[in-house]
Design a protein around this ligand. Sequence first.
Ligand code: SAH
Length: 253
Amino acid sequence: MIHFIGAGPGDPELITVRGRKLIDEADVIIYAGSLVNPDVLKGSKPTVEIHNSAYMDLDEVMDVMSRAEKSGLKAVRVHTGDPAIYGAIREQMDRLEEMGIEFDVVPGVSSFLAVAAVLKKEYTLPDVSQTVIVTRMEGRTPVPEKERLIDLARHNASMAIFLSIGFIDEMCKTLVEGGYSPDTPVAVVYKATWPDEKIVLGSLADIAGKVKAEKIDRTALTVVGRFLGGEYGLSKLYDKHFTTMYRKGAEEQ
Ligand code: SAH
């Protein structure tokens, strides 16, 4: 049995209890060394065998997993944030299925949720946006034609853009061309929840310059939308006059 584990965004306290327990009990750990905070692995057994997948290809990763399984060792595969978001986890799960090796997945706190937490914001504000678009720009890895940023921009939804900080100029230009007004608020968060976290706030018109001034060129998430601003409607859920399954609304006078 192989356990895939979402390690969370960085702070070692932001892994799930189950993920923590599985890491502590593991004989073999394969972790995404480019992004997973090594402190998350502290507490594992002194005898544990640790592999950094940044230096491995898919065959090598699968090889470590299958050898562990054959030797009856407990193996875990640790991904950053949640493995379902740009985790390249599917190809590993499919290979395990082909090999007849059982596995399960322990979710984690994705960085786009950690970013909302550090900014103290909510993506889904009444009268502002009820939709969150999680996307990335095309870089060395392509994005399907129908999901081009310029087309997604038309909705003016709350947006979290991964893996694209190196293209911040083009990103902002495209978002404006696609339909966000240039004064739309933007936040770039570098290494959310790590000790060296940085938050840069601005608008589509000026964020690119600010990000470059801070020399941020990796491990950052860009979030865009009016949810970062101060105007919104109040929720129905906690509206005094709104009846819910659990609470009867007060009669209007
Ligand atoms: N599975 C991960 C994403 C992996 S892709 C998750 O759920 O968060 C790697 C990208 O995620 C980075 O380029 C960056 O855009 C973002 N990222 C990961 N950790 C981050 C963090 N702590 N702060 C800001 N962005 C982060």
